[in-house]
Design a protein around this ligand. Structure first.
Ligand SMILES: *[C@@H]1O[C@H](CO)[C@@H](O)[C@H](O)[C@H]1NC(C)=O
Ligand SMILES: *[C@@H]1O[C@H](CO)[C@@H](O)[C@H](O)[C@H]1NC(C)=O
Length: 442
């Protein structure tokens, strides 16, 4: 088994632009567009005005915000809460778009900004004050209202969120954008996804959310494998199109050192359900994350029956503050303060807003499997599409994420020995519905 070469943008894939010029062009655009609004003391958009009122109603939240700006890295360009609100005004009334810039050699390059609010919160979140504020329930309630309003706009066919579904520079169908959507072997766009109107530039997607939650064509992501029992019943299929983040065996119920090194605590991952967590103690966690360019629906990894499906509330922008990228980070220089959320992914399985779906496998050796869809940043909406009692087969839809990117985890109990395929290694992009493991009795 050979390790793939660590190329740029393996771990931060699509979350943080790989090229600094794109990031700077995105920030510069916000600086320029917010300046006149701020000078004129322009009225805020409705969702932002509500968010501002919720913060101002609580002196502790106001104080924490001012501490965040003092504590943030000097690289942070948004200087105070007032300016932040004007930046948010620009973001939450528009669909995510592509950014084109010139690199150091003058070449035209382009990358999507799939999660713009995340990029604005990135350096702010990596502070002690944000660690306190961003985990408060009142804060997340205010943020959820804002994100819901943005989400409603992105899925309203009468609004103009389809305006970046073009082949122009800002569009998701320019040649540069298409190349990014097809990267990592995802396949030719028209042949891979269900396009409602294949002949149109916008491929017939009516809203940005419609495009984001696009379905794959069945023969582009087939569920391949022996259909014959008992072998078929031992296989585990990839539930999401995603990049492998971490595999851990012998997980604990609680871990008192769970901040340092971010070991998994099954009890917290399962929203402090002590009884159910017991079935997974000593078991295996597999975690992989989705990039904004990936397919965003979840598919069943096994044959089984849905025994429970919950969406649990949690945080959106909270991270574990750190001293920046570590030595050996494939994408960022050591100490670079950006990207703490990506480095906090294991911890986010305990804290983020997330969907938890339990599937009782037909095969008793696999037993109970927990699927966790971890909403990250603006991915506030996890939609479950299965019912309790429903029989599922590998490849059946379980639900989906709306906007941005996100992470997911599968948890197996200790009775299952999960033998991962050779292709399943950290930083490797894995297609949905492909075989990731075979289970035997432990
Ligand atoms: C967005 O949708 C409207 C209404 O269907 C349509 O007239 C317009 O051409 C679409 N714009 C893009 C860029 O697809
Ligand atoms: C995909 O569809 C678009 C819209 O019909 C078309 O312009 C483009 O040439 C197609 N691409 C390929 C590779 O067939």
């Amino acid at each position: 088994m050979s390790q793939p070469q660590k190329t740029a943008l393996t771990r931060y894939g699509g979350w943080h632009p790989s090229n600094r010029a794109i990031y700077e062009s995105f920030i510069q655009d916000l600086v320029e567009r917010s300046a006149p609004l701020s000078r004129a003391r322009a009225a805020h958009t409705d969702p932002v005005a509500k968010f501002q009122a919720a913060i101002n109603a609580d002196p502790e939240m106001v104080d924490l915000w001012s501490q965040i700006f003092v504590q943030a890295s000097p690289e942070n360009k948004v200087t105070d809460f007032d300016q932040l609100l004007y930046w948010m005004d620009i973001i939450v009334v528009a669909p995510p778009r592509f950014y084109i810039a010139k690199d150091d050699e003058g070449n035209v390059i382009g990358e999507p900004i799939g999660v713009p609010l995340y990029l604005v919160f990135d350096l702010l979140s990596n502070t002690g004050a944000a660690y306190d504020l961003f985990r408060r329930q009142a804060f997340n309630t205010a943020l959820k209202d804002l994100l819901d309003a943005w989400g409603a706009y992105l899925s309203d066919p009468n609004a103009d969120s389809n305006k970046t579904l073009t082949d122009e520079d800002e569009g998701w169908f320019s040649s540069v954008a298409i190349a990014s959507l097809e990267d990592k072997g995802r396949g030719e766009f028209n042949a891979t996804y269900v396009c409602p109107d294949p002949d149109a530039v916008n491929r017939g997607f009516t809203t940005w959310d419609h495009f984001f939650t696009r379905e794959v064509q069945p023969d582009a992501r087939p569920v391949i494998g022996p259909k014959i029992l008992p072998v078929a019943n031992t296989l585990i299929y990839s539930a999401c199109e995603s990049t492998v983040y971490r595999i851990v065996n012998n997980v604990k119920a609680h871990d008192q050192f769970w901040l340092k090194g971010q070991p998994y605590s099954v009890y917290d991952m399962l929203y402090r359900d002590e009884v159910t967590a017991q079935s997974f103690v000593g078991g295996t966690v597999y975690q992989a994350f989705l990039s904004p360019q990936d397919y965003h629906r979840w598919r069943s990894p096994i044959y089984g029956t849905i025994t429970r499906a919950d969406v649990v509330p949690g945080t959106y922008y909270a991270v574990l503050p750190d001293a920046g990228a570590e030595v050996g980070d494939p994408d960022l220089k050591p100490g670079d303060p950006h990207g703490a959320m990506i480095r906090s992914q294991a911890w986010l399985t305990h804290s983020s807003t997330r969907a938890i779906i339990y599937i009782q496998a037909d095969n008793p050796v696999i037993g109970l499997v927990a699927f966790i869809g971890v909403g990250m940043a603006e991915v506030s909406t996890c939609t479950v599409s299965v019912q309790v009692g429903q029989k599922v087969s590998p490849g059946d839809e379980l639900g989906m994420f709306h906007f941005g990117g996100s992470s997911h985890a599968l948890i197996f109990g200790p009775q299952a020995k999960v033998n991962f395929a050779d292709t399943v290694i950290v930083d490797q992009h894995i297609k949905v519905n492909s075989i990731i493991a075979q289970v035997s009795a432990a």
